[in-house]
Structure formats: structure tokens, C-alpha cells
Design a protein around this ligand. Sequence first.
Ligand SMILES: *Cc1c(COP(=O)(O)O)cnc(C)c1O
Length: 452
Amino acid sequence: MSSKTRSWQKADSDHYLHPFTDHHDLGQKGARIITRAEGVYVYDSEGNQILDGMSGLWCVNLGYGRQDLIEAGCRQLQELPYYNSFFQTAHPPAIELSQLLAEVSPPGFKLSFFTGSGSESNDTNIKLVRRYWDLVGQPQRKKFISRKNAYHGSTVAAGTLGGMGAMHEQTGDMVNHVVHIEQPYHFGLGGDLSPAEFGLRQARLLEEKIKELGPENVAAFIGEPVQGAGGVIIPPDTYWPEIQRICRKYDILLIADEVITGFGRLGEWFGSTRLGIEPDLITFAKGVTSGYLPLGGVLVGERVGEVISAQGGEFAHGYTYSGHPAACAVALANIRALRDEGIVERVKNEIGPYFNQSWAKLDDHPIIGEARSIGMVGALELVRDKSSRERFDKDQHAGMRCRDFCFQNGLVMRAVGDGMIVAPPLVCEKAHIDELVEKAWKCLDLTEAALA
Ligand SMILES: *Cc1c(COP(=O)(O)O)cnc(C)c1O
């Protein structure tokens, strides 16, 4: 290892408290330091080339080194690096972005609110929903229903909306009025039910919960169309239409957290379109700028939008960097590229199906219980026994072992417990998908041998 890498690792562990990292553990191992990237590859400080199977953190959808995005950001920094949109001011990038978003969003979405991240966007949702019910004279509607193993971000409020166990231990119940129902995870929870039966059963948990809380007290249901960080949980086809029916029946607002599924990942501009969801609010972040600069927001559908804009009165909410000009300029370039280069259609008709077919071959591997994918996201379930779906022992850390083999062999694949997940850049060529699947197979072999 080079002395440069060693000194970076030392400074890193001395001074840098990383997100979602065991600091003690990191200090012993030393961080892998990524120094540059191009296309679908990242390069570490030792010069290793690594295929980025996770698009950074589900965000670098157009890949690295896009000059149009870089130039859009630079140009805006020269013209007007910062101004805000508080108190009746605005600037062209935020205005143009909100207009372009209205063009690519599902019907009925004309308004956007900007933030700096997905977490802030879900905090915004909580306040928008609260404001809506106050304005329509039902202020007692305060309950948010979410799902176990959901990920909605990491601020106190978004973290409480989320349902991942380890995060809840540390966030606790600092925000009131949030309750969770079980998730539509067929491989883990489906038992002998067919996917269709299981999807209906899990959706009806929402109805049970609404009745338990009293429909007049429920404000909104929030869900990711496909759960991402929880392990790429793809719900059965029956799930979302039933959730939609239940929300309508009880007049409850539906929030689709599209931070991962937005901007083409499932082969439509928004995952809701693909899965038959008609939400009232859509959370976005990540893919809106391909991660080149931080930006998030909420697309506000007409039901909420009309009430908020027609009734008057200030919406007392905003961030210094809401609609940051340079971030908006990059988002404009990113969305235009997705549209003008036909990237969303290509995911739907060409590279998505190719990825799905290629990924499905991993189902034949001896330690794979299920290989599933939709659009450009996929998951593998690691098992000791294929037929009984018996898992490896917890202390074998099968997922982390596999992830480490991947890194050593030039592939980023993320572990979620004993699930392996990928979300490759939307601009992957077929050869990149072949490389991804070949490397994944090889690392599964290595994992199998190490755990035997
Ligand atoms: C990443 C993510 C978030 C949080 O976004 P940040 O920008 O990290 O705050 C929220 N929801 C989903 C579905 C996500 O994947």
C-alpha cells in the first residue's frame, strides 16, 4: 500500500466521523479511499478500477464525468452562485427546474418544493401533510403510517418515518404519531403464500391499522415503490393497487418516496407510473442531479397543491439551500440528458430487460435463494440451503464477506444483512452488465468457499 494511502487512512480515522460506520472498526481496517471516477468505474488511491454497481449511493445514474452536468454547474456558479427563494424572491434555475419537473412528472403534479436531500424532503412532507389537514379543517388527522424496514432518510423525523431496526434504536420515538406495518417482503415473510396472495395480505395490514387508529385520525401513508436500502424489496403486483384502493377508501394522503425509483431507475420517469401508484406527494433526491450536487424535493400533487396555494397563509418551512442555483442548474442538465438521450426509454426497453435476464442467471448459484430485479435494481438472497431457504449463521456475516470479496475483485455490490444489492448506472452498456454478473458469480463462489 502506498504511503499516501496510509497517511490518508490515518487522518481519516483520527478526524473523520463517517456516516453509517462503526468508527472503531474503521480505524482498525482503514477506509478504502476513492480518488476519481469515469463512466461507470471508480478508482481507489491504489489505482484499482472498480465497477460501481451501486451508482455511488443509488444516485450517479448518468455515470461519472458528464461534461454537460459539470459545465452547467460551473456556469451557474459564475453567474449566480447563491441566492434564496425566501420572502418572494426567485432565480431562473429554480424556476426553470420546477417547470421542467412539471413536464416529466405524472399528471396532476405542477408544483415542486426544493430541499437539499431526501431526508429534508420527507421532513417537508410531514409538514405539508400537517398543513393540508389543518387547512381542510381536519387537524386531528396526525398519524403517519409507514412500514418496517422502510428507509426515508436520516434526520430525526425522516428516521422515525423509516422502519429500519438499527436506526430506530438510536432515533427512538422522538417524533410522535408515526406507526409501522409489516413490509411486502415475499422471500422473507411470504411462507407458502403465492406472491399475489401475499401482496394482498400485506396491503390489507394497512386497512387493519387504519381501523385500529380510527380513519379520522390518519393523515398519510408513506412508502417507497420498491424499498431500496431495506434490501431491494420488490412488492408483488397485487400490493400497490390494493394500497391505493385503501388510501382512497379512507381519504388518506399517499406519499411515494421516489428518492431511488425516480428519474428512470424503473424504466419510467417515476416508479409510481410503473407500479400503478397515484400518489399525492412524491419525494425525490439522488437521481435528480445524478449526485453531482446535492438536491432534493417534493413534487406536490393537485389535491395538496390546490389547498396550499388557494387558501393563503404562509407555509412556514424552508432551507437556506432550498433551490440552490448550481444544484438546480445541474438538475436541469441531468433531466434534459435523461429526456433528450432517451435514457428512460432505454432502461425500459433495452438495458433494463438485459440486466433483468442477466441477473436472473445468478439464481442458479448454489448459495442463492432468490435473484430478483426490476428496472435497474437487483437483489440476491444468500442462503446455506437453496431448497429450504436456510440462512447462514449470523456470526458468519455472509453478506459482509461477499461484499468484501466484491471490492477486492473490482465490483461495488452492497450488503444488507445476507442480501446483496445493486443499482448500476442507467447508462451501463451490455458489456458492463456482463462484467457485473460475472464478477458477482465469482464472488459468490469465493463466499461459498469461505463459509464452507
Ligand atoms: C437515500 C434515501 C432517502 C434519504 O435521502 P438523503 O439525501 O440521504 O437524505 C430517503 N428516501 C429514500 C427512499 C432513500 O433511498
